[in-house]
Design a protein around this ligand. Structure first.
Ligand code: HEC
Ligand code: HEC
Length: 349
């Protein structure tokens, strides 16, 4: 009798427990659903290729562009290629505070990654290049980059290789004189437009809720709800607007910056653009330290904490900084297999 009563009580307890468990789980699932919905409004998955009407991507152009990305013999001192400052093996950035160009000249700013870079509103930290094509062309004569005196000198050097002449003709059929700096820029730009790295976050945005860990989901929610996504949003989690670095607090008080960079003011000469920079793309950010335009910060959690302070006037707790950083790691994507191989370059016959 007594034991029967206990058994009934025990069964009831188990039932009640199971009910709570069920309600708890479905509540958790609801929270996940809500986070996914909010994320789908703020971000979107990467395209296969970052298309451009002005420069449609073809395999011939992108293939030539990949070779030119590694070509050092078109630089002033013969040591500089795109790959020097944007090595694929380091996720398209060089890991230095400031990039080093021909004759070891130091660049004024940190080199951002070339991955997922082609669809931004502009290129460079201060937006002084209109597109990846414009960027590629101008870096040839850029003093701290390739350092060539004239575009014609680059064309002359390229024409010295029969294989390049043939590849340019194939990539730009119908051009009477295909070996030009314009076409160099189009080929390199086409290659850059294929540098897309789909990540667990893309799977998540497509509805695969388990693609992120519990901590990453928590970090994503903090990222959305503390205001980071007010600036870092869209397909690329950045790259779509200019903002002052130091909206609430002066940035150089927090970043050990040795020199104060006036940012986009250099482009527009507009007083309101002082200390304004392009909001960087955060895809693969885990893999591309050091951080900020001056490369002054080495670790991601510190960069996140500084952002909270100077952009939002918030003291991000160390737990929040860790969660957000874990979320940012879900933006680390896979480098396409054909991008991972090094091309052979032509030799002079
Ligand atoms: C000497 C090092 C160096 C070389 C060589 C170099 N870059 Fe860069 N690259 C940089 C630096 C530094 C920046 C940032 C410049 C700035 O914002 O002031 C940059 C910026 C960029 C950006 C803009 C990314 C963004 O998010 O705004 C792209 C794209 C890029 N480089 C592609 C290339 C390509 C393609 C080549 C070869 C044609 C090349 N770079 C050669 C150092 C270099
Ligand atoms: C008001 C706009 C704005 C807000 C809000 C904002 N950021 Fe930024 N973020 C920027 C700008 C602008 C930069 C570039 C700063 C520079 O010039 O170096 C940047 C840079 C970064 C970088 C360095 C990226 C790199 O490659 O060097 C990280 C990481 C970052 N932000 C994360 C965050 C996080 C996390 C939050 C929320 C706590 C946040 N940001 C909030 C505008 C913003």
């Amino acid at each position: 009798m007594i034991s029967g009563g206990m058994r009934i009580a025990g069964t009831t307890l188990t039932l009640v427990f199971l009910m709570f468990l069920f309600v708890g789980l479905s509540f958790g699932a609801d929270v996940d659903q809500a986070a996914l919905k909010q994320a789908q409004q703020l971000f979107s998955p990467l395209p296969k290729v970052m298309e451009s009407e002005q420069n449609p991507v073809t395999p011939e152009k992108a293939g030539l562009g990949k070779m030119l990305f590694y070509e050092m013999r078109i630089s002033m001192d013969g040591t500089v290629s795109c790959a020097k400052c944007h090595p694929i093996s380091l996720y398209g950035a060089d890991g230095l505070r400031k990039a080093i160009g021909n004759h070891c000249e130091v660049n004024p700013r940190n080199a951002p990654t070339v991955f997922n870079a082609a669809a931004q509103i502009s290129e460079h930290w201060i937006g002084n290049r209109t597109s990846v094509e414009d960027q590629a062309k101008q870096s040839l004569t850029g003093h701290p980059a390739f350092g060539m005196a004239k575009y014609e000198d680059v064309e002359k050097r390229l024409k010295g290789y029969k294989e390049y002449v043939a590849l340019f003709s194939r990539a730009f059929p119908g051009d009477m004189n295909p070996v030009t700096v314009e076409n160099f820029a189009k080929a390199v730009g086409a290659f850059e437009r294929t540098l897309v790295t789909p990540s667990p976050f893309d799977s998540f945005l497509k509805g695969e809720e388990k693609a992120l860990t519990a901590v990453q989901k928590k970090g994503l929610e903090t990222f959305m709800n503390t205001g980071c996504a007010g600036c870092h949003s869209g397909t690329y989690v950045g790259g779509q607007m200019y903002q002052k670095f130091g909206i609430v607090n002066l940035y150089w008080k927090h970043t050990k910056s040795e020199k104060i960079d006036e940012g986009r003011y250099a482009v527009t000469k507009n007083e309101a653009d002082k200390y304004v920079f392009k909001v960087p793309v955060l895809r693969n950010v885990e893999k591309t330290p050091p951080y900020f335009h001056d490369g002054s910060v080495d670790d991601l959690e510190t960069a996140v904490t500084i952002m909270g302070k100077v952009q939002l006037g918030r003291d991000i707790s160390s737990e929040q900084a860790r969660d957000i950083s874990e979320f940012l790691k879900a933006l680390t994507g896979e480098i396409p297999a054909d991008v991972m191989t090094v091309p052979l370059l032509p030799s002079i016959e």
